[in-house]
Design a protein around this ligand. Structure first.
Ligand code: PMP
Ligand code: G9A
Length: 405
């Protein structure tokens, strides 16, 4: 067929101008090639995937439940899975009243997109942490909110600063619609918000009438005993939309996450989901339900946690040994990431091309900041690499940084 060059931009919807590639997804194109030491994407260590369990479960599902598992299913999710999620959440301290408060999504990433879709109009004020999860920014941005970044310290989001901002915003006759937070083992900073701050955030939500999105993929991997409660578990007004995922506690290949919120919110989310993908894969949902039922998830969590803690320690040691003066980094209490601040003259986005040549990958930090800062920062994932690669990878990075100084 004859091919002609068309002017595509003439056809594209306005919202496409707000679409940006995720730095993490871009990295995947080269960071997983042989020889590259990748501190890039937040990928689990594949050596610890429960291959045998999943093989047995898959056989069982095909044999016993194939008719349902190979079929379309409800948009809200397979009831059997939602029952298991309810028990799992309750056991972990967040009581869910009934399964109508749960929506199964295609990864929690889909929930982020749905929440942008149902809640954000152009110009709406949305609060996020500085830094925050870049793919949440990516999902929300197409709906054109105005982001307000709130700094963090070792106790998480500075809710005192948020309160000051809220006072000012409301005195100008405006209002905040949503606060998005990753309160436990934050991505990218590894910080966990204290209980006092969580309570304060809820008080502010009530006083100033906004919703909270509590995104929680990592609370399973807390390396030291910290007393914390999910924000959702303290939510008496139905203001919190809680998100979690099977990606880190089972396998990301299932592409399954879940949301917990009031029935009213879940109904709206499900309506949006219908138009996106009708339902999440039933086959995966039956596998996840069975994995919860058989205790595979409960078995995986402590195994993975131990491995990740050791890797975090190895990375911290290597950073101490190799990174030059003028660099500082977070000491994460859990999760998968260390966040490093380099001397201000270094632009880590520009430096990435050289890192590629040295076969070491990291995520440039700028995309985690909604205020345009963070050009001199980088996120280092410590879970995907093998233990023996960590020191060498950090040595390569340190060499690069010294060359830039
Ligand atoms: N939120 C946060 C904070 C994440 O770190 C991730 C994955 N890295 C996600 C959401 C999305 O995870 P998934 O779609 O695999 O459930
Ligand atoms: O592969 C992805 O995009 C998921 C990983 C998220 C992250 O690295 O934070």
């Amino acid at each position: 067929m004859e091919s002609r060059n068309i002017n595509l931009s003439k056809f594209l919807a306005r919202r496409t101008q707000f679409m940006r590639a995720s730095e993490i997804r871009e990295l995947l194109k080269w960071a997983t090639e042989p020889g590259v030491i990748s501190f890039g994407g937040g990928m689990p260590d594949p050596r610890y995937f429960p291959y045998n369990d999943i093989r047995e479960i898959t056989d069982y599902i095909i044999r016993e439940k194939g008719d349902k598992a190979f079929q379309y299913t409800k948009t809200e999710g397979v009831d059997e899975l939602k029952e298991e999620i309810l028990k799992f959440m309750t056991k972990r301290g967040t009581k869910v009243d009934n399964i109508n408060q749960i929506l199964v999504t295609s990864g929690s990433q889909q929930a982020l997109e749905i929440l942008g879709r149902i809640f954000m109009d152009p110009g709406d004020l949305v609060v996020v942490e500085l830094p925050t999860y870049l793919a949440a920014i990516q999902a929300f941005r197409v709906y054109e909110p105005i982001f307000i970044g709130i700094p963090m310290d070792d106790n998480g989001m500075r809710t005192d600063i948020l309160e000051e901002k809220l006072k000012k915003i409301y005195s100008e006759g405006k209002s905040v619609k949503l606060v998005y937070t990753v309160p436990t083992c934050q991505n990218p900073a590894g910080i966990t918000m204290s209980n006092d701050r969580r309570k304060h955030l809820l008080e502010l939500a009530s006083k100033y009438d906004f919703l909270i999105i509590e995104d929680d993929p990592y609370s399973y991997f807390l390396f030291k005993k910290i007393d914390f409660r999910s924000i959702k578990s303290m939510d008496t007004e139905g203001r919190v939309i809680y998100l979690s995922t099977f990606s880190k506690i089972l396998i990301p290949g299932l592409r399954l996450g879940w949301s917990v919120a009031s029935e009213e919110i879940i109904t709206k989310m499900a309506l949006a989901k219908q138009a996106i993908d009708l339902c999440s894969p039933a086959f995966c949902q039956y596998i996840a339900a069975e994995a919860l039922k058989r205790g595979v998830v409960d078995k995986q969590i402590p195994i993975i946690k131990k491995v990740y803690k050791n890797k975090r320690d190895l990375m911290l040691e290597a950073l101490e040994k190799y990174f030059p003066e003028g660099c500082r980094w977070t000491r994460p209490v859990g999760g998968m990431f260390i966040f490093a601040y380099l001397p201000e003259k270094i632009d880590t986005s520009l430096m990435l091309e050289k890192a590629k040549q040295k076969k070491v990958a990291y995520v440039p930090g700028r995309s985690f900041f909604v205020d345009g800062s963070g050009w001199n920062t980088m996120r280092l994932n410590f879970t995907f690499v093998n233990e023996e690669e960590i020191e060498e990878g950090i040595r390569r990075l340190a060499e690069l940084i010294k060359e830039e100084l």
